[in-house]
Design a protein around this ligand. Sequence first.
Ligand SMILES: NC(=O)c1ccc[n+]([C@@H]2O[C@H](COP(=O)([O-])OP(=O)(O)OC[C@H]3O[C@@H](n4cnc5c(N)ncnc54)[C@H](OP(=O)(O)O)[C@@H]3O)[C@@H](O)[C@H]2O)c1
Ligand SMILES: *[C@@H]1O[C@H](CO)[C@@H](O)[C@H](O)[C@H]1NC(C)=O
Length: 299
Amino acid sequence: MKILPLLVASTLLFSLLDMSSALARTILITGATDGIGQHTAKKLAADGNILLVHGRRPNVGADLVQDLKTRGAKEVYYFNADLSDLDQVHVLAKEVSETTEAIDVLINNAGVFDPTPAHSVQGYDMTWAVNVMTPFLLTRKLLPLVANSKDDCPRIITTSSISQSSSLPPLEELFETNEIAKSGHRAYSDSKLGDLMFTVQLAKILMKSADEKYQKIKCLTMDPGTVNTKMLLAGWGACGIDVRDANNTYKLATEYGAKQESGTYHFGGRGSSDAKSDDKLNSLWKALETHTGCTYDDI
Ligand SMILES: NC(=O)c1ccc[n+]([C@@H]2O[C@H](COP(=O)([O-])OP(=O)(O)OC[C@H]3O[C@@H](n4cnc5c(N)ncnc54)[C@H](OP(=O)(O)O)[C@@H]3O)[C@@H](O)[C@H]2O)c1
Ligand SMILES: *[C@@H]1O[C@H](CO)[C@@H](O)[C@H](O)[C@H]1NC(C)=O
């Protein structure tokens, strides 16, 4: 009679131990030094995860590492890179690959709104380069690490927006390297539609992979909410929610996200119909491969 409660207690204990190890996932977040990325990193730290955080300001990065450890992160690593330079994206991917063998969740969060047109290091429109070309290249470089994940639901989360354009301009215009004529708002909205289309097409490619490790990777995208970060203040004013309530990115990285279908857009409207056109998805994909110099053909 006395053995039963003992059994129950030990089973409970073992399942708790089991849970704590299963819960520590390895999560990479770009743009974790401010705004929504930082808030998401803090929440994921409190859950005891292993965090790989990226930024472009080493001093802020050092403080962030301490803060995330205090909040309960199991391990924290900081990576510095200017994402407006594709060469630095290559270095970032290499450094991450030297730090971990597997990534359970890759969060493409870093993004920029530039009120005035600017050029990236390779001469592209800054907004298009940082918000779309960089996640495209970084994801390709880190894909083998995500494929190595032992998690039930490895994922790639990319940040779109409710302010995404309803349709993309011609590709020549997006990859223009001379005169950049469009407004900062238009460039931003185009880039956020680019992020949605990237996710939809990536999901298709991974599903069709002959390799099970790639097939099981889930690709998700969302509007992170209208949030009073420095980006919103610069472009739209303080019309959003407090960053402490910006939990959409975290949701996709945790249980909610695990239940969603790959290739889906969440939280901010229905998403542009461009993301339903195979022609538009394919031609954007080809142009991204050409201009970033990487290919997903071997996946
Ligand atoms: N806030 C909103 O209402 C809203 C709405 C829809 C979508 N979003 C999206 O949410 C994401 C996060 O935005 P946020 O509002 O949190 O903006 P934020 O506070 O300005 O944070 C952006 C992050 O990206 C980093 N970053 C920007 N350009 C970079 C570059 N060239 N190289 C390296 N890192 C760079 C920033 O680094 P620093 O810390 O050094 O600046 C920062 O860590 C973006 O993708 C944005 O498009 C935001
Ligand atoms: C978001 O998460 C924070 C911290 O976990 C919590 O305090 C806050 O109430 C949440 N906000 C919403 C709107 O869910």
